[in-house]
Design a protein around this ligand. Structure first.
Ligand SMILES: Cc1cc2nc3c(=O)[nH]c(=O)nc-3n(C[C@H](O)[C@H](O)[C@H](O)COP(=O)(O)OP(=O)(O)OC[C@H]3O[C@@H](n4cnc5c(N)ncnc54)[C@H](O)[C@@H]3O)c2cc1C
Length: 422
């Protein structure tokens, strides 16, 4: 498709989860929406583990039947493995909440994102792939449209009442308006690849995400079982640790040096075959100074990126999309897409994001989950609330004094080492 109306209600930049979801929810409200995505889908993307509260937005998108019928791995829990290979108790989401959302999924993002983008089309969104937004157009401080290049065609200017920036870490508006605030602490990077035939636990645990610490708690591996017998396995550590002061900066060497520091992981991939290249990404956390202005809104990573420790990225992308879509709908119904109206969701969203960030920082500060649960078995639900993404209520805040009072030095609980369990 190469022609388009030059004025629409809402323009969305980017067809990842936040862009597709915002566009779909706005189209459901009867608004005319055009979405521009620079790639052709399916395209590779990292971020494969969902958490339970993504359910709520997936339901609003009318995608639950497709997700239930999909071949994506079912995920019921998350489990932590110490630097010595000892397992914490699994955090089973179903123990916490008797709701079908307590089963979530591990997804290949190429397939999941494609499903979301096609779903936007099915809901009436005009989707353009191979369409790179070059800049957001402003009239004074008000966003009025975009300049876009679709395929090999000429650059075009297209106008709208609201521009939604869902361009992920490209963050077009953050850069244009100089809004980025880097997180002072979370300056990480990741190196990962994919394995075929790696170890899987039995039954309900077979789709669990594992978070395995490396020696000296320098970093951690994610272990995410996908469909077709593939497991995504990546290491996260501070950028400086991973990429500075090493004899070799070769990704394969760095990866296997970290595998050697992770006794919990070694037996899991010992009999597996690597089936993809090594990939790396710098993942400094950041956030915009504001989530919206006159005629513009930021969603997902285009607003802020948070360390992937608890797999919160897609949850945050979908939740910000839903909150932003509701506020855009109300603003346009009132014919007032002003900063005040478009920011109406920001404070609640930031409180939720901050809660996730606080538990991320507690982990990097040495929080011992096993010990916390042993000391406060009746409060295990508070941690699970954060892990499932039930972040947007004040009850979660009872967790912080418990963590602050915990002695960080005690050794991990006495479950058998994974090395003997596998
Ligand atoms: C190492 C790592 C591991 C992660 N693990 C997880 C995990 O397990 N679970 C989880 O939930 N999250 C995870 N995340 C986070 C997750 O990847 C992101 O939070 C999520 O993809 C954000 O979705 P989004 O729609 O905001 O952005 P994206 O998914 O990045 O989508 C943005 C889209 O915008 C398009 N775009 C960019 N610029 C333009 C332009 N100029 N014009 C048109 N289109 C444009 C891009 O092509 C892209 O398709 C991880 C992240 C990293 C770095």
């Amino acid at each position: 498709m190469t022609t388009t109306a030059t004025k629409t209600d809402v323009i969305v930049i980017g067809g990842g989860p936040s862009g597709s979801a915002t566009a779909t929810l706005l189209a459901q409200k009867g608004l005319k929406v055009q979405l521009f995505e620079r790639e052709h889908f399916p395209r590779f993307h990292i971020g494969e583990s969902l958490i339970p509260y993504t359910y709520n937005v997936i339901e609003r998108l009318n995608l639950l039947p497709k997700m239930k019928a999909s071949h994506f791995t079912k995920k019921y829990s998350v489990q932590f493995v110490s630097e010595h290979g000892r397992l914490s108790e699994p955090f089973y989401f179903t123990e916490h909440e008797n709701h079908e959302r307590s089963q979530t999924w591990q997804v290949r993002r190429s397939e999941f994102d494609h499903m979301l983008l096609n779903n936007a089309r099915d809901h009436g969104v005009e989707v353009f792939e191979g369409a790179r937004v070059i800049e957001v157009l402003f009239d004074g401080d008000k966003a009025v449209g975009v300049r876009v290049k679709i395929e090999e065609g000429p650059e075009q200017e297209i106008f709208s009442d609201v521009v939604v920036d869902a361009s992920g870490q490209s963050s077009l508006i953050i850069d244009r308006l100089n809004l980025r605030e880097w997180d002072p602490v979370l300056k990480k990077a990741a190196v990962w690849t994919y394995w075929k035939g790696a170890y899987r636990d039995e039954g309900k645990n077979s789709g669990a995400t594992m978070v395995l610490q490396t020696a000296g708690k320098k970093g951690w591996f994610w272990y995410i079982p996908l469909h077709d017998d593939i497991v995504s396995v990546g290491v996260v550590a501070s950028y400086d640790y991973l990429f500075q002061n090493r004899a070799s900066k070769d990704l394969e060497t760095i990866y296997f040096e970290e595998v050697a520091r992770c006794p919990g992981l070694q037996p899991r991939i010992a009999n597996a075959t690597r089936c993809d290249i090594f990939r790396a990404q710098k993942e400094y956390s950041y956030r915009a100074k504001q989530a919206a202005g006159n005629g513009w809104v930021l969603v997902g990573d285009a607003f802020g990126f948070l360390d992937p420790l608890y797999s919160s990225g897609v949850l945050l992308a979908l939740t910000s999309a839903a909150m932003a879509a509701d506020s855009i709908g109300e603003a346009l119904a009132a014919k007032d897409p002003s900063e005040a109206r478009l920011r109406s969701w920001e404070a609640l969203y930031i409180r939720g994001m901050d809660r996730m960030r606080r538990l991320v920082c507690a982990f990097y500060d040495g929080l011992n989950f096993g010990k916390l649960v042993r000391k406060h078995p009746d409060r295990k639900g508070l941690i699970t609330d954060v892990l499932i993404g039930n972040l947007f209520h004040d009850g979660v805040d009872e967790l912080w004094p418990l963590i602050e009072n915990l002695d960080k030095e005690e050794s991990l609980d006495a479950k058998p080492a994974v090395a003997t369990a596998v």
